[in-house]
Write a protein that binds this ligand. Structure first.
Ligand SMILES: *[C@@H]1O[C@H](CO)[C@@H](O)[C@H](O)[C@H]1NC(C)=O
Ligand SMILES: *[C@@H]1O[C@H](CO)[C@@H](O)[C@H](O)[C@H]1NC(C)=O
Ligand SMILES: *[C@@H]1O[C@H](CO)[C@@H](O)[C@H](O)[C@H]1NC(C)=O
Ligand SMILES: *[C@@H]1O[C@H](CO)[C@@H](O)[C@H](O)[C@H]1NC(C)=O
Ligand SMILES: *[C@@H]1O[C@H](CO)[C@@H](O)[C@H](O)[C@H]1NC(C)=O
Ligand SMILES: *[C@@H]1O[C@H](CO)[C@@H](O)[C@H](O)[C@H]1NC(C)=O
Ligand SMILES: *[C@@H]1O[C@H](CO)[C@@H](O)[C@H](O)[C@H]1NC(C)=O
Ligand SMILES: *[C@@H]1O[C@H](CO)[C@@H](O)[C@H](O)[C@H]1NC(C)=O
Ligand SMILES: *[C@@H]1O[C@H](CO)[C@@H](O)[C@H](O)[C@H]1NC(C)=O
Ligand SMILES: *[C@@H]1O[C@H](CO)[C@@H](O)[C@H](O)[C@H]1NC(C)=O
Ligand SMILES: *[C@@H]1O[C@H](CO)[C@@H](O)[C@H](O)[C@H]1NC(C)=O
Length: 416
């Protein structure tokens, strides 16, 4: 028995040694003096696109779109820093356009069997973007990005399968920090995100992650300090795990927004969210859906689809405005929403062990779950929430919830 297991172990070590020794390696030098290292990074990824290792261990200034694609079994050691130039006139048109919410990216990372790691930093140099945005307010609908002032996402995993990203810092993102786009089997672990403004302009759309048309995505063991969604499940996010997260200042772990585009079908299903510490946030466990819209060209509601099989477990909030919220009139005028209710259905949503204290911004209300049409199979157990601020009682608002008896709090109807 012992001899056999020793043999197996030494074979495994040999195999690993062989894989490492035969791996072609491309080390990228930095030019220095503020010169653009983008072209050298792109050519290293071309040279080492297959069964290779790429080493980014310097301080790189990047003024050129990083389009690193067709990768196959590539290790990327990022122990240095990739810093994008704050050159709005250049980046806004050159960043890669990804259609959804006018999102664009500065780094399109694409292929299969990719491992990015190394303790390094991606610096989006966001301050100049936030200061400019603060003054121009140039945004798309629902405050997204725009074609004329496109704020690039520092890292997008796109059209990829089997990607692992671990032990990376991300600072100063002009827009969302991470976009998982048309990909599957993507894992992020031990990511440290800090998107904080040094001026009087707030950061804008500083989501930690947005997942779109992707499945089998795991985000875990990470730390996010920002001012928009900590993690957001955009249209067609399925089989998702988010766990062991510390989120501060954010807008919550959010399903959505969904239903934004008229005639489009959005699906978010099989999401498991566990062990979340949510501090100083606008929302905790959130589902946000646009209302309906009479216009077939609408980009402000009118979509269809469903949200199904979502679990929020061991979710702790402190100073959070809306610890639990379902909103089917997101970014929608109340009268329009009443006349054209959302056609997107929500079911099979479970809250276990959601605890903590709200900010008191919503008075005594700690739970507000309002569905446009009946929501089925919504349950809550182990809910222990208190209202912060000046509130002296705790209130739970429910509308169109079929399974009210399976909530461990007493609902009241919304007043209006
Ligand atoms: C995209 O940008 C254009 C021009 O800036 C804007 O009019 C449009 O609303 C944006 N689309 C979305 C979906 O945000
Ligand atoms: C991603 O894949 C889609 C569908 O295969 C393709 O149309 C699109 O051009 C790809 N995007 C990029 C940037 O390569
Ligand atoms: C941001 O906008 C606010 C309101 O318009 C303004 O008071 C403030 O000075 C702006 N901040 C910066 C850094 O431009
Ligand atoms: C819960 O998540 C925190 C990070 O917020 C982590 O430190 C802790 O170890 C996790 N707990 C468990 C039981 O995994
Ligand atoms: C958490 O966010 C608040 C503002 O929302 C900020 O004042 C505080 O410094 C942040 N804490 C940490 C540890 O970053
Ligand atoms: C989501 O998936 C459904 C079913 O495959 C499809 O009909 C729909 O167009 C997709 N929506 C988006 C936004 O990709
Ligand atoms: C519900 O979602 C969880 C988490 O992704 C998954 O493990 C489970 O299989 C899903 N259940 C069904 C019935 O699809
Ligand atoms: C509830 O969640 C907290 C983390 O927020 C965890 O420490 C605790 O063990 C959980 N309680 C139960 C009964 O699972
Ligand atoms: C939305 O639902 C209404 C009635 O409930 C229906 O008349 C309308 O066709 C639906 N719209 C879409 C896009 O499915
Ligand atoms: C609590 O009451 C004090 C004194 O009336 C007021 O200044 C403060 O804004 C209130 N806080 C909240 C969260 O409503
Ligand atoms: C809900 O209200 C009923 C009747 O007032 C009361 O008996 C029950 O204890 C309340 N349940 C909870 C969880 O507060």
């Amino acid at each position: 028995m012992i001899a056999k297991s020793l043999t197996v172990t030494s074979l495994a070590v040999l195999a690993l040694a062989r894989a490492t020794s035969t791996r072609k390696t491309c080390k990228v030098a930095a030019i220095g003096g503020g010169e653009d290292d983008g072209p050298a990074i792109n050519s290293a990824f071309k040279k080492c696109a297959k069964n290779s290792k790429i080493v980014l261990d310097k301080y790189y200034v990047v003024d050129t779109l990083l389009k690193t694609e067709n990768l196959d079994n590539v290790e990327i050691e990022l122990s240095g820093t990739v810093q994008y130039t704050p050159d709005i006139a250049k980046w806004s048109p050159q960043s890669l356009y990804l259609t959804y919410q006018n999102a664009t990216t500065a780094w399109w990372l694409s292929g299969k069997d990719i491992h990015l790691y190394g303790g390094g930093t991606i610096d989006g140099n966001g301050q100049v973007w936030w200061d400019t945005y603060n003054n121009t307010h140039d945004s798309g609908t629902a405050g997204g990005s725009s074609r004329t002032f496109a704020r690039p996402i520092p890292l997008t995993v796109g059209n990829s399968t089997n990607v692992k990203i671990e032990n990376i810092k991300q600072i100063g993102s002009p827009f969302w920090n991470n976009f998982v786009y048309q990909s599957s089997h993507v894992t992020y672990t031990n990511i440290h995100i800090n998107t904080v403004s040094d001026s009087s302009s707030p950061t804008a759309n500083s989501d930690g992650w947005d997942i779109y048309r992707s499945s089998d995505v795991t985000i875990e063991n990470s730390h996010v300090n920002n001012d928009d969604d900590c993690v957001s499940f955009k249209p067609n996010s399925t089989n998702i795990i988010v766990q062991n997260m510390w989120c501060n200042g954010s807008h919550g772990i959010s399903v959505g927004s969904l239903g934004q585009y008229a005639g489009e079908m959005d699906i978010v299903a099989n999401v498991f969210v566990k062990n979340i510490t949510m501090l100083n946030a606008q929302n905790g466990a959130r589902i946000k859906v646009f209302g309906g819209n009479p216009s077939p060209q609408s980009t402000m509601g009118g979509g269809t689809g469903y949200v199904r099989n979502i679990t929020f477990r061991d979710f702790h909030v402190q100073n959070v405005d809306n610890p639990i919220i379902i909103d089917q009139c997101y970014s929608t005028n109340a009268d329009v929403c009443a006349q054209y209710p959302s056609n997107l259905s929500i079911s099979d949503v479970h809250y276990y062990n959601v605890t903590g204290t709200s900010s008191g911004a919503e008075g005594s209300v700690v739970v507000d779950i309002e569905c446009s049409a009946t929501c089925n199979d919504i349950t809550a157990t182990g809910t222990h929430l208190t209202a912060g601020g000046n509130a002296t009682s705790t209130e739970y608002i429910c509308k169109n919830i079929a399974t009210q008896a399976q909530l461990d709090f007493n609902c009241t109807a919304p007043s209006s």
